[in-house]
Design a protein around this ligand. Structure first.
Ligand SMILES: CC(C)(COP(=O)(O)OP(=O)(O)OC[C@H]1O[C@@H](n2cnc3c(N)ncnc32)[C@H](O)[C@@H]1OP(=O)(O)O)[C@@H](O)C(=O)NCCC(=O)NCCS
Length: 150
């Protein structure tokens, strides 16, 4: 389900535990979805942020609760974000990942140039933050084309 303003504080705790970036989670340009278990605990998250021209999507905030990993949930959540980004008109998906490269490769991503990612998605929160903090140069970029309707 789509995350609402009421979910943001739980989402922040969940993503912090997964060691993911918290910047811009409440921005209108960031689309987020979450899954909760029967007790209301967040067990999965996925999302993306579009470039201003909507041609590029920065996949972000994909995480599964640590006790629920390795059951295909992460792949399903990532695919969901890729489908929604395609629906939104994006032709290329990009992301930062230093630790989960093999996971993203299994979803069709290949290593990409950080400078190309930063140029395509210059106006996104994550790129602006990583530029400001100098983290950009230490990141690893990945990308894949998205199927377009035409
Ligand atoms: C990355 C993450 C979302 C994967 O979730 P998951 O539910 O375990 O993923 P899946 O069960 O769909 O795994 C799919 C495949 O990727 C592999 N994989 C998952 N995480 C991996 C990792 N960090 N490194 C290498 N391979 C990984 C799995 O072994 C599996 O391979 P298989 O199909 O050959 O068995 C989860 O580990 C997580 O939340 N990590 C912390 C947050 C994070 O790093 N998110 C990505 C950056 S946005």
């Amino acid at each position: 389900m789509a995350a609402t303003d009421d979910d943001i504080s739980d989402v922040r705790s969940f993503l912090a535990e997964a060691d993911l970036t918290l910047s811009g989670l409440d921005a209108a340009s960031v689309r987020l979805w979450i899954e909760r278990d029967d007790g209301g605990r967040i067990v999965g998250a996925t999302g993306f942020e579009l470039s201003g021209d909507a041609r590029h999507a920065l996949i972000r905030s994909v995480a599964v609760a640590s006790d629920r990993r390795a059951q295909g949930r992460g792949s399903a959540l990532a695919r969901f974000a890729l489908e929604r980004a395609t629906d939104a008109g994006a032709g290329t998906a990009w992301l930062f990942s230093r630790r989960s490269g093999p996971f993203w490769q299994s979803l069709g991503f290949a290593r990409a140039d950080i400078a190309e990612l930063a140029a395509a998605l210059a106006d996104t929160h994550q790129v602006r933050l990583f530029r400001e903090t100098g983290q950009l140069d230490r990141e690893v970029a990945w990308s894949r084309p998205l199927a377009t309707a035409s």
